[in-house]
Design a protein around this ligand. Sequence first.
Ligand SMILES: NC(=O)c1ccc[n+]([C@@H]2O[C@H](COP(=O)([O-])OP(=O)(O)OC[C@H]3O[C@@H](n4cnc5c(N)ncnc54)[C@H](OP(=O)(O)O)[C@@H]3O)[C@@H](O)[C@H]2O)c1
Length: 327
Amino acid sequence: MKYKAYLVEENEGLFTGSVQELEAPSLETGKVLIKVHNSSLNYKDALASTGVKGVVRSYPFVPGIDVSGEVLECSSSKFAVGDKVIATGYKIGMSEFGGFGGIVHLPEDWVLKCPNNLSHFKAMSYGTAGITAAACVKKILDAEVTKDLPVLVSGATGGVGSIAVGLLSKLGYEVHALTGKVNETEILKSMGASKIISRDEYVSEPTKPLDKGLYSGAVDTVGGEMLAKILSMISNHGVVSCCGNVGGMMFTSSVFPFILRGIQLSGIDSAESSLDLKSELWSLLSDQWFIDLSNQTKSVKIEDISSEIDKIIKGDQIGRVVIEHGE
Ligand SMILES: NC(=O)c1ccc[n+]([C@@H]2O[C@H](COP(=O)([O-])OP(=O)(O)OC[C@H]3O[C@@H](n4cnc5c(N)ncnc54)[C@H](OP(=O)(O)O)[C@@H]3O)[C@@H](O)[C@H]2O)c1
C-alpha cells in the first residue's frame, strides 16, 4: 500500500523536504497501522524538518508529532478497524515516521480513542499544543491559584500560548498576553486576553531578584531570561508552568520568589506524559474546556507545509496549522 508523505532528506548537511510516495510498512506485533486524516505543525516539527540536532534520530525521515486518523490494522483486540484515534508525542515524529505522512505505524500504547465529539480536524487544531496548554493550565488550577490577579502567558500568539490564553480566559482568569506581535492585539483579545504586553518593553527593564507581584501565575512558552523575569513578578503562592524554550534554554534567577513568596515552578513534558493524563486532557478539551479555535487555525496540505515551517521557525506563526491528508 502506497501513501504520500513529506519526507525530509539530508544531503551534505543540508536538509530538504519534499512530498514523495512511500510504501506502508507491514503490521508488527504490538503495533497499529493508522490512516492519518489530519496532523498539525508544532515548533518541534519545524526543528525536525530543518535538521536541528537532538530531535530526529536519522534521516530520511517523516516528521509530525501529532496524528488523528482511523485504524487500518491492529495486531490485538485493543482497536478495531475504523476506530477514530489520536496519538501525540512519545517518539512519534522523532524516531517513528509521523503525521506528515498519510499512514503511520505506531505502538498500540501510544494511541488513544479520539473523543466522539471531536472531529479529526478539531483534534488537530489542539494537537500537542493543546494538550500542553491544558497541562500548563491544570497545574495552575490544581494549585488553586487565586483569580484576584491576572495570569501571564508568554509567546501568546503561538500554538501553545494562544490555546493557554483561551483556556485560562474560559476558566475565569484575567489573562495578560506577552507577545512580540503587538500589532496582533485584535486576535489576542478575541482569544480572551484582556491586556497585551509588548515583549520588547517587558524585557527592556533589568530583571530584579524580586519584583512587584503583579501576577498570580503564568504559562511560559519562551524560557530563557523571559522566564527569570516572569518568576520575579509572581505573587505569593503562585504557579509558573514552564513548557518552552523558543527564547533560550538558560536563565538566571534568585531564590527569593521561592523562599519569600512560596511560588512553584512546574515543568511540563507533554510528549512523555502517561496515556492516562493525555486521555484526561483530551476529555477536558473536548468537553468542559472546549474552546473554538477556528479563527486561529489554518489548514494546509503537505505540499504547502514548507512555508509554514519557515514561519514557525522565525516566530511569525499565529495560532495553529492543521495538515489535511484528506479522507
Ligand atoms: N514541554 C512540552 O511538553 C512542550 C510541548 C509543546 C511545545 N513545547 C515548546 O513550547 C514552545 C512553543 O511551542 P509552539 O508549538 O507553541 O510554538 P509556536 O507556535 O512557534 O509559538 C511560539 C511563540 O513564541 C514567541 N516567540 C518566538 N520566538 C521567540 C523568541 N526568540 N523570543 C521570545 N518569544 C518568541 C512567538 O509568539 P509571540 O510573537 O506572541 O511572542 C511565537 O509565536 C516551544 O519551545 C516548544 O518546543 C513544549
